[in-house]
Design a protein. Structure first.
Length: 443
């Protein structure tokens, strides 16, 4: 890895950082300083590889120049409050390869932020690459290994408990470069990542492609926020069997696809291990505003042989359809019919077709219990689809979301928490786990 202090006295990085600081005249004629004029910390440009142990501290800004790889045996520790900036011109990207570790451990008061080098007001989806983590957990591609999109490394293996590090109180924003159609980087990609990796209190915001995508593996996640992605918000494929709890999704109608897009394996819909994640307590808010754009049409597209458990859910604001199961594919419907796929205890409202007929069949038969449609659960569609300040919190306990519609308790397996409510956030006046560390800038 190369790491060096730089003046960077002109250009997008300085403009972006200065936008949040008092105006200071910056001269390109000045000698290279330790602190860039007008910027309150040294700026360190990082390129190449990390092969040993590196620690990035909050007293510096770090700029990703091109693809920066954490190699096998390497460990990158990032201190709470650190700001990491993806350089647009070089498609700055952070990639953790198999056997490498990223320990990005922030706090609610001092989250770690991965962001764009463009000026505030000019930032956009796809300004830089994003965060990619590769692991050695099982995937269902032939040979048990895959190659990440955008040459982001080989992933997959046989270790379900593989450990790629810790992501805690981390925001990733304005990322997700598109190299070509179907070859795009996401906000965060978990590629064959194992359940030994700890992921909690993580936000992916304004990604050019999916907010978070799981390519196989067994990785779990708690307290996740996915906001304003230009494609899907929650995406999985290639045999992901992880667990999620407390997930908040909000979309923008200018450019969005499904709240959830779910596959087993597009090339072999019965490939094993079969995708079969367990998701408890999720709230997904589409964008009902047609003036902004016609996107954000469907809450979930469950297809290509995936199995699933989705319980304690709230979905609203999508323009056409709630949950939909691919009925033309017995690889998908077979997982419902044999009892593997599960759904229950949820509300869908303010959607033209609250549930697709492929789902209402199972609701009406009692196969998917306690699912209500077109009733107010105590969460405002307008509030949770507010782009700059979404509020997912139920108004109180005397609401469907607050506990009047009994949640289904998740397994007592050491990962899931017992709950008294449905949706991602506990009802008022309880504390909102999103407060303090999340942010929703639009540009």
């Amino acid at each position: 890895m190369r790491q060096y202090l730089t003046k960077l006295a002109t250009g997008a990085l300085v403009a972006g950082l200065l936008a949040a600081l008092p105006a200071v005249k910056v001269s390109s004629e000045q000698a290279p300083p330790v602190n860039v004029p007008g910027i309150d910390k040294p700026v360190i440009v990082v390129s190449g590889e990390i092969t040993g142990t590196e620690t990035w501290v909050s007293t510096n800004y770090y700029v990703l120049r091109g693809a920066v790889f954490v190699r096998q045996g390497g460990t990158l520790n990032i201190q709470a409050g650190t700001r990491v900036i993806g350089e647009a011109g070089s498609v700055g990207t952070l990639i953790v390869l198999r056997g490498g570790r990223l320990n990005a451990i922030g706090t609610a008061a001092q989250p770690i932020v991965f962001t764009s080098d463009q000026p505030i007001g000019s930032r956009n989806r796809g300004d830089w690459g994003g965060l990619i983590i590769n692991g050695r957990a099982p995937i269902n591609l032939e040979g048990g290994e895959g190659a990440g999109e955008g040459d982001t490394g080989v992933y997959g293996g046989t270790d379900e408990n593989d450990n790629s590090g810790v992501l805690r109180y981390v925001r990733v924003e304005f990322s997700g470069v598109e190299f070509s159609p179907d070859n795009e980087l996401n906000g965060i990609a978990f590629q064959g990542v194992g359940r030994g990796t700890q992921v909690d209190h993580v936000q992916a915001h304004m990604s050019r492609d999916d907010a978070m995508e799981w390519f196989g593996g067994t990785a779990d996640g708690k307290y996740l926020v996915m906001s304003n992605a230009a494609d899907d918000s929650v995406d999985w494929t290639f045999g992901w069997t992880g667990r999620l709890q407390f997930v908040a999704v909000t979309q923008r109608g200018d450019d969005a696809d499904n709240g959830i897009e779910a596959d087993d394996n597009e090339f072999n819909n019965n490939a094993l291990p079969r995708s079969n994640p367990q998701i408890y307590n999720i709230t997904m808010c589409g964008d009902p505003d047609r003036n902004e754009g016609a996107e954000s049409v469907r809450a979930a597209n469950l297809r290509r042989g995936t199995a699933f458990t989705i319980r304690n859910f709230l979905i609203t604001g999508f323009k056409t359809t709630g949950f939909q199961i691919e009925t033309t594919n017995t690889a998908t419907t077979g997982q419902v019919d044999n009892g593997t796929s599960q759904m229950g205890s949820g509300v869908s409202w303010s959607i033209a077709t609250p549930m697709h007929s492929s789902v209402t069949t199972y609701i009406n038969s009692g196969r998917f219990p306690n699912v209500r449609t077109n009733v107010d659960p105590g969460v405002s569609t307008a509030a949770c689809s507010n782009h700059v300040a979404p509020n997912f919190q139920p108004s109180g306990i005397a609401t469907l979301a607050g506990g009047q519609l009994a949640p289904i308790q998740p397994p007592n397996d050491g990962f899931f928490d017992a709950v008294t409510y449905i949706g991602a956030v506990a009802p008022a006046p309880a504390a909102n786990w999103m407060d303090g560390w999340t942010s929703f800038p639009q540009n």
